[in-house]
Design a protein around this ligand. Structure first.
Ligand code: SAH
Length: 194
């Protein structure tokens, strides 16, 4: 297959933006796959900040890091990604969001438009020039379409001189497949992006 699947494409964007010694953020740790992926990219001189509001996700992510002996490269915070600026103060090279609910868990605990956008605002400020924020937008669940639409409205209004905004999506797949939105900072901005 020549066209990368959505999740592969999301990870390839992280590979493009995150390297050894970098700071990266997994905004929705979930089962920890992306935290581990980022921990591999940052090397021993970099660091990953992973966020999740559910104990089950925090535990799963910690276990995955421990199983791969990479726990020293990441901190897994049981807090909302909207609080990212409380913890992360250095420039960020890459960040990823997997929106929606954790498969196999409580479907009531989902990411929400307001907190997702608040987190994006903070991360856009923290992002290095050349850094990328990747969002995997799941929209099949209840509340998913509202979040999708609000995120699209927010990112579509970002000034193109500073932020490039991309959507990568298969148009002929059934059952609300996830798609990718990527934001690359191309120029430093000190005004508010709202
Ligand atoms: N839909 C994806 C998985 C998404 S997991 C898939 O099918 O693969 C989304 C994770 O975000 C969940 O573990 C949930 O607990 C977490 N979450 C929800 N609100 C959050 C917030 N404000 N900050 C950080 N994580 C949050």
């Amino acid at each position: 297959m020549k066209l990368q699947r959505v999740l592969q494409y999301a990870q390839s964007l992280l590979e493009l933006s995150v390297g050894e010694g970098d700071i990266a953020v997994d905004a929705t740790a979930g089962n920890g796959h992306d935290t581990l992926f980022l921990a591999n990219l940052v090397g021993d001189d970099g660091y990953v900040y992973a966020f999740d509001v559910q104990k089950q996700a925090v535990d799963a992510t910690l276990h995955r890091l421990l199983d791969n002996a990479l726990e020293h490269r990441a901190i897994v915070l049981k807090d909302g990604h909207e609080n990212v600026a409380k913890y992360v103060t250095k420039p960020v090279s890459g960040a990823i969001f997997n929106l929606g609910y954790l498969p196999g868990s409580d479907h009531d605990i989902i990411t929400k438009p307001n907190t997702t956008i608040q987190s994006l605002e903070s991360l856009l400020k923290l992002l290095k020039v050349g850094g990328i924020i990747v969002l995997v937008i799941y929209h099949g669940h209840e509340g998913g379409k509202e979040e999708r639409d609000e995120v699209i409205r927010f990112v579509s209004a970002l000034p193109q001189k500073y932020i490039h905004v991309l959507r990568y999506e298969f148009l002929n797949q059934q059952n609300d497949p996830p798609f990718v939105i990527a934001l690359e900072k191309v120029k430093e901005t000190n005004f508010t992006l709202k």
